[in-house]
Every structure is written in C-alpha cells, then in structure tokens.
Design a protein around this ligand. Structure first.
Ligand SMILES: Nc1ncnc2c1ncn2[C@@H]1O[C@H](COP(=O)(O)OP(=O)(O)OP(=O)(O)O)[C@@H](O)[C@H]1O
Ligand SMILES: [Mg+2]
Length: 273
C-alpha cells in the first residue's frame, strides 16, 4: 500500500509501547520478483510500529510504517507468530497425515515443493506462509504481496487505506446483491487459481478474506493443502467450498451450487497433478 505523506500525522504509534524505529529489510529474506513499485527497498528505511491490527491465538498482526527520514514510505502488515511451543497443533495434524507415506505420488509432490514442505514439517509457520504467498503471488492469486520474512515475522502488503484503516473481513461486510455476486465470483476465481496449481486454502472462511474497495483478498495461508497428494486434501477443499457457499448463501446469494464448485475445483486439482 503506497503511503500518503499528507496523512502521516494521523498515524500515531501505540501508546503503551513505542519501540524506536528499526531497520529490518537488510536482514530479511525478500519476496518474489518482480517486486511491486511501492515496496521500499532502501537499506536506510526505518520501520515504525503503529499498533496492533489483530491479536490471535497463533499470531498477532501489527501495522508498521516503513519510511526514509522525511522521505517516501509504505504501510505493512507484520504477522508475528508465537514461539514454536504455541504452534498450530490442530493444523499440524492434517499435514502429518499427508507425510506418513512418502511414496510415489506423495514423494513427487513433496519434491516439487520442498521448501514449503520442509517449513511445514518443522512447524515453521511464518516460513510456510511466506513460501505459500510467494507461490500464489506468482500465480496471480489475489493475496497480499509477501514483502519479507525474518524469523517468525512475516511482513505483508497492508490491505487497507492510506490512513492505516485495515480492510474489513468479508464476515464484517453486508454487500448488496450485485456486489455479493461479484465477490462470490472473485472468491471462486481465486479458489480456481489455487486449484489449477493443485492447492486448496485449507482454512478458507469469511474471516480469512478481506474486502478492499470491492476487491477480495485471501489471507491467512500457512496451511495451504495439496489437494491430491494429501489424503485429507479433498476433505479440506470440500470444507473450504462448504464455508464459502454457506456464507454467500446465507447472505442472500441465489443458490451457490456446492457440488458444482467442489467438483469443478477437484477436477482442476487432479488435472494439475
Ligand atoms: N495484509 C493484511 N492487511 C491488513 N490486515 C491484515 C492483513 N493480514 C492480516 N490482517 C488482519 O489481521 C487479522 C488476522 O490475520 P490472519 O487471519 O492472517 O491471522 P490469524 O493468526 O490466523 O488470525 P485468526 O486466528 O484471527 O484467523 C485478519 O483478520 C485481518 O483483520
Ligand atoms: Mg485468520
């Protein structure tokens, strides 16, 4: 998100905790090329904490401004995972299952995706999410650009406005009929991009999609699932489809066809294998 300097004064750092600005870009692993123009890559740029966007069980998301002294800047969402003792055991379970028999199909799939697979196996969720986002960004999926990875912290494109207001989750939106149909189309199209690469989100719900100026963005992707290689893959994909159809159906969309969506995406994932 490009940073609007005229709004600079409105962005107040957290009251209770004001660490001095720091530099993290030179130390971090960087996101995929081509890099969007708004990403500030100057080694002298400093990060300032502006507050918490959301605290969660497994990670907290903070708003950070990266800027050169008196120069241009950008807003970032810093997702900080808790230490490995607090890692996501419930999400872990499904993956372990996929890893038990590492033969033929499974092994081939894992070999294609070693960095991601290794990060998952080690419970390195920040690295896993960074890897997944980089892949999905390359595929053109609507996800925040992954700016950098440093230990358990992931820095993402901030989805929201230039004054630091985060985009609402889909769950908080009450779209009118026309917009609802458009968001459903964007959502299923995003799921299709993932399926064509063999993936399902794995935890897709109205809480893990943001809506910014009519555009739907998928977030929270540490657990993307290999639909065919993971024995639970179809189950995860179906759950994503159920969540999506149920939410859109209960908010007024005419008959979202669950079987059709699931069948379609499953076919795409199988063809990609
Ligand atoms: N790139 C972003 N831009 C703006 N806001 C974001 C961004 N990423 C995350 N958020 C905010 O932080 C919240 C939590 O992010 P995310 O879902 O990735 O983490 P989580 O630890 O899984 O949280 P939860 O358990 O609540 O799902 C999101 O619902 C959203 O409000
Ligand atoms: Mg989430």
């Amino acid at each position: 998100m490009p940073y609007d300097p005229t709004l600079y004064d409105d962005l107040k750092p957290d009251r209770d905790y004001e660490p001095p600005p720091y530099s993290s870009w030179p130390l971090a692993q960087h996101g995929p090329d081509p890099r969007p123009d708004w990403v500030l890559t100057d080694n002298n740029a400093l990060d300032t904490e502006l507050g918490v966007l959301k605290t969660g069980k497994e990670a907290d998301v903070h708003l950070v401004r990266r800027a050169l002294p008196d120069g241009p800047g950008c807003l970032l969402a810093a997702k900080r995972y808790r230490s490995s003792e607090h890692r996501m055991f419930h999400r872990d379970a499904g993956y372990q299952e996929g890893r038990r028999t590492r033969k033929s199909r499974d092994a081939r799939a894992m070999a294609k995706r070693t960095t991601y697979g290794r990060a998952i196996a080690a419970g390195q969720w920040a690295a896993a999410e960074f890897g997944a986002l980089a892949r999905l960004w390359d595929l053109g999926a609507p996800v925040p650009y992954p700016v950098q990875l440093l230990d358990t912290e992931l820095m993402l494109e901030f989805i929201g406005s230039a004054d630091g207001t985060a985009a609402p989750r889909l769950a908080q939106c009450r779209p009118a009929a026309g917009e609802l149909a458009d968001l459903f189309a964007q959502c299923t199209q995003a799921m299709r991009v993932l399926a064509r690469a063999g993936w399902a989100h794995g935890d897709l719900s109205a809480y893990n999609m943001l809506v910014h100026e009519g555009r739907l963005v998928l977030i929270d992707l540490p657990q993307i699932v290999d639909v065919v290689a993971n024995p639970q893959g179809a189950v995860y994909l179906e759950r994503d489809c159920v969540n999506v159809c149920r939410w859109f159906g209960s908010h007024g969309l005419d008959t979202p066809d669950l079987d059709h969506l699931f069948g379609d995406l499953m076919a795409e994932a199988v063809a990609a294998f």
